[in-house]
Design a protein around this ligand. Sequence first.
Ligand SMILES: [Zn+2]
Length: 323
Amino acid sequence: MHDEAAAFEHVEGMIWADGPVCPHCGVVDKAYRLTGVRTKPSKKNPEGKVRHGLWKCRECRKQFTLRKGTIFEESHLPLHLWLQAIHLMVSSKKDISSHQLHRVLGITYKSAWFLTYRIRECMRGGELAGFCSDGGSVEVDETFIGKGPGAKKAKTVCGGSHKMKLLTLVDRDTKCAKGIVMDDSKKSTLIPILQKNIAQEAYVMTDEACQYQGIGACKVFEAHDWTNRSAGEYVRRVYPEVHTNTVEGFYSIFMRGMKGFYQHCGKQPLRCYAAEFDFRYNLRVANGLDDVERGSAALRSAVGKRLTYRRPNQEAATTVILG
Ligand SMILES: [Zn+2]
């Protein structure tokens, strides 16, 4: 979509089903469109630029556009570029980096970084309802994105000193995933996170790692079982089948994306990346959503999200070696 006016109409139709909402006084459907309004003349634009998507509220007499109060605010980038960036980010299977966006959209790297940062934040879903509230199986596994050699070997070691641990839950029935970045994987950290995110009715499946051994004892879930992967047991053919193959599959796609684009990664960017990845995974074609619907979901969650502008050079840079 290269037409700015059409971009505004597209998003307006999506977020204002009951008519325009005034962000100043909150009144719905009492605003009228202002056309032909231009910005103040400048050297670059002696006649001023057309202000697209401008509305005026009949109640409070103030002007607004849909950008007000959303992630699109405080950015001078045209809305149609935002939409293209969202489309590219939700439709690419692996991941799209700020550098790619900078090349594809013909904008500065700084702007591209800003776009990817904001859009990633907007894909970060709200708290999901407890996984498996209907008593299904949930697979739990963790991966280490840490410093130095041996990061992967530490998988079965309790606690550990590695920098970033990503815990992932996959609901086997809905195939929905949720990633949580943890400071450590001690039982005292892990169990409360599981309790917060998984319904009591769930059948929890893990591998044999020792931090999971407390799950059954705490008696908060219907059942807990595990396979002994280090002894070559990957699936136990009982009902329901005991395995963590779904979450392992999730990690293999996750790592492919991670390797390509995130050579430097602090904890915050990992959270963002994990959220973005979950978003795409949860809304993937297998779950019945196409790229357009994924884009709409991202746009809807964009409304109301305002973030502080962090410049690229403020990003924490910790070297990551993927095992
Ligand atoms: Zn108003």
